[in-house]
Design a protein around this ligand. Structure first.
Ligand code: DC
Length: 229
């Protein structure tokens, strides 16, 4: 049997990290954890409880509520992992523009990050996991055996996200709005004080602007094999 390792996949928003991470996890029988979904679920909780006013998050209230926020993943009917927040399936809601527009504010808060990182480390303590996010190779699992940092141009990422929204029935959001959201999130994610998005010095860099999904999946699989053989 091959040894189990930890695989950390970080990168900019909407660059196909989760597609790639999920495909690898399925192929090699590892658990997959989408850490962005966890920050999105906290953001949804804040919105549902009136804790966000414009660009302002009511931090004292959120801090008091943190112990009440329970995020889990369950495999849904189509065999896909879905995000649950306090006993409710929120997979669809956390992908909408309302959450996307506020998630960078919530994920920049130190006590939110510390709570999420602790849960992520617990989920990965037995290895055999593919985790994607922004700080997995730098903060959550600095000792991960395989680290990848993915990027693609903002335009390419916005087009991909736009198509995804359309395929989910969103006919009101424009490509320009999606591009603005992608660029704004890049800016906030890379300049925030708490765990800014950056490539770990030992992470492999992949720009997938011109790669097919099949080509990037195969590349990642070969990198995985190098680590376990
Ligand atoms: O990957 P995503 O677009 O679903 O992530 C949503 C937001 O959460 C994104 O703006 C950055 C933040 N995030 C983070 O700060 N740290 C992570 N490990 C994952 C996501």
């Amino acid at each position: 049997m091959k040894k189990k390792i930890t695989i950390a996949i970080d990168g900019h928003s909407s660059c196909g990290k989760s597609t790639m991470a999920k495909a690898l996890a399925k192929r090699i029988g590892y658990a997959y954890i989408d850490t962005g979904a966890m920050y999105r679920a906290v953001t949804l909780y804040c919105l549902e409880h009136g804790m966000i006013d414009g660009d302002n998050v009511n931090k004292p209230r959120l801090r008091r509520h943190m112990p009440k926020i329970e995020i889990t993943f369950k495999v849904g009917q189509e065999g896909k992992s879905e995000t649950w927040l306090n006993g409710k399936n929120v997979e669809k809601e956390i992908r909408g523009m309302e959450v996307s527009n506020k998630v960078s504010l919530v994920s920049a808060i130190g006590f939110v990050r510390r709570a999420m990182v602790a849960q992520q480390q617990a989920m990965g303590k037995n290895k055999g996991i593919v985790m994607d996010g922004r700080d997995i190779g730098t903060v959550v699992f600095p000792d991960a055996e395989l680290k990848v940092f993915i990027t693609a141009s903002a335009q390419v990422r916005a087009e991909r996200r736009f198509k995804e929204l359309q395929s989910k029935g969103d006919t009101t959001t424009t490509l320009e709005e999606v591009l603005a959201n992608v660029e704004e999130r890049d800016r906030i994610d890379s300049t925030r004080k708490e765990s800014p998005l950056r490539r770990a010095s030992d992470a492999l860099l992949l720009d997938n602007s011109n790669l097919t999904i099949e080509a990037q999946d195969e590349w990642l699989y070969q990198e995985y094999l190098k680590k376990v053989q």
